[in-house]
Design a protein around this ligand. Structure first.
Ligand SMILES: N[C@@H](CCC(=O)N[C@@H](CS)C(=O)NCC(=O)O)C(=O)O
Length: 190
């Protein structure tokens, strides 16, 4: 999404993690954590972690403020996303969409409860602002949008959080917006 919005050309290389493609020596040299996404720069250096990638790409663009307080606020939301949204909504969604939920009933319920708490936090903040940092669309919004807008896939109806729903619509109205993500591959199903 950010690459589209900053108008940077890129090549997208799918990695089939469910067939072990993230565990090959070649891929582990790019990211020893054996996870996607990885951004490979023109000079061959690699950056892992979605939010580090966002930060790298956004530096020097309007999507990352130059103001030191706003930068710190951006970091705060990127960290919140990594603790309260991505491993929570992301995991729940993955388990539900790929046939893993029944074997994880209790953990799923726990994560859905945390997800609702996180959505409550986001909804409260959005009561008085349009975007998360400095009243301007930024990588904080890109990061938080990623798993928030697909929360219904994890069985979370967003109706109790109307400010989040309106913010999702604002993100989707931004210039250069592209929809994602792609569906899980057949290999992901258990
Ligand atoms: N904190 C990382 C998480 C990345 C992550 O969990 N990636 C998953 C796919 S969404 C992965 O590659 N998993 C590899 C595996 O499960 O083998 C980020 O935000 O980039």
């Amino acid at each position: 999404l950010l690459l589209s919005q900053i108008g940077k050309s890129y090549q997208r290389i799918p990695v089939e993690i469910f067939r072990g493609e993230a565990k090959t020596p070649e891929f582990l040299a790019k990211n020893p954590a054996a996870e996607v996404p990885v951004l490979e720069l023109d000079d061959g250096r690699c950056i892992a972690e979605s939010n580090a990638i966002l930060w790298h790409l956004a530096r020097g663009t309007p999507f990352l403020s130059n103001d030191s307080f706003e930068q710190t606020e951006t970091l705060r939301w990127l960290l919140f996303e990594q603790s309260g949204v991505e491993p929570i909504v992301g995991s729940a969604r993955f388990w539900i969409l790929t046939g893993r939920a029944a074997a994880r009933r209790d953990e799923l319920a726990r994560r859905l409860e945390i997800a609702r708490r996180s959505l409550g936090v986001l909804n409260g903040v959005l009561a008085s602002r349009s975007f998360f940092v400095g009243e301007r669309y930024s990588i904080a919004d890109v990061a938080l949008y990623a798993y928030t807008h697909v929360a219904p896939d994890a069985g979370i109806d967003l109706d109790p959080w109307p400010n989040v729903k309106k913010w999702i619509a604002r993100v989707e109205a931004q210039p250069g917006y592209i929809a994602g993500p792609e569906p899980y591959s057949a290999a992901a199903q258990v």
